[in-house]
Design a protein around this ligand. Structure first.
Ligand code: FPP
Length: 268
């Protein structure tokens, strides 16, 4: 035990083991997702806990992001098998630029790395790839990889995989309100006539239904500037599991719980 602890970083490792031991409950299997029950059309995911996962192993934070990328692959495959139509993965927020330069550079290389190994299989599955977020500040190589994937998968009719990259909900809404204000200024729209659709049409998600289910990993219970408009009636599901540890069984668990929820949209 002593060797184990000193090798992996003392209390952090103990904490990790403790977490594992307290998560003894049985994980649902694929068969427990009711195929005739409601399947969420759109699932949004805040993939959190990569840094802590790496810290617990005395690894650099970027090792957590790389492990997180593997989880993305598994989750996308599972979503496709379940019949989910849209997945939106929060990969980089407008606030993430404040991270150390090395980490930002690494995160900006991940889409390329992911697409270079996964794009062929995603195309075979009929997956369509989209980027949601501001393209302006992205490094050329990141943008190019995403634009190429968008272009190559434009006609695909399977699962739509959205990467929210350089995405911030407040920024997205400011942009929408500014466009709306221009229309009002031009006399095309009266402020009294503004409807929800007048705002939705200027969001990155203008042609995508609002998420039915939001998953956030790592035990943080907040939205972190993610899809604030779109999540108005979304079912929220939080888990303590860190993103790199998130398995298809955890995903089934989220879906099974979603299937048991009554969505009333303010009615009775
Ligand atoms: C949050 O964890 C995670 C991110 C900011 C990056 C998420 C990116 C991936 C999972 C890989 C994306 C893959 C592709 C294909 C683009 P954190 O670093 O804030 O973790 P912490 O809260 O434990 O520090």
């Amino acid at each position: 035990m002593y060797v184990y602890i000193s090798h992996y970083g003392g209390t952090l490792m103990l904490e990790h083991l403790a977490r594992k031991w307290t998560r003894k409950e049985k994980q649902p299997e694929a068969t427990e997702v009711d195929p005739s029950g409601k399947i969420p059309v759109h699932v949004a995911v805040i993939m959190d806990g990569n840094g802590r996962w790496a810290n617990m192993r005395n690894l650099p934070r970027v090792a957590g992001h790389r492990a997180g990328m593997k989880t993305v692959k598994e989750v996308v495959k599972t979503a496709d098998e379940i019949g989910i139509r849209y997945m939106t993965m929060y990969a980089f927020s407008t606030e993430n630029w404040k991270r150390p330069r090395d980490e930002v550079d690494f995160l900006m290389r991940l889409p390329q790395e992911f697409l270079s190994t996964e794009l062929d299989e995603l195309i075979e599955r009929g997956v369509r790839i989209r980027m949601l977020g501001s393209k302006d500040e992205l490094p050329k190589h990141t943008l190019q990889a995403l634009l190429t994937a968008e272009e190559k998968t434009r006609e695909n009719t399977g699962l739509q995989l959205n990467f929210a990259l350089n995405y911030g909900a407040r920024h997205e809404m400011i942009k929408a309100f500014a466009e709306l204000a221009e229309r009002v200024k031009a006399g095309e729209l009266s402020p009294d006539d503004i409807q929800e659709e007048d705002i939705s049409r200027y969001l990155y998600t203008s042609d995508i239904p609002d998420p039915d289910l939001l998953i956030r990993t790592s035990g943080e219970i907040r939205l972190s500037n993610f899809m604030l408009w779109q999540l108005a009636y979304t079912e929220l599901w939080f888990t303590d599991v860190l993103w790199p540890d998130f398995t298809r069984e955890h995903f089934y668990q989220a879906i099974v719980e979603y299937q048991g929820r009554a969505r009333r949209y303010g009615a009775v």
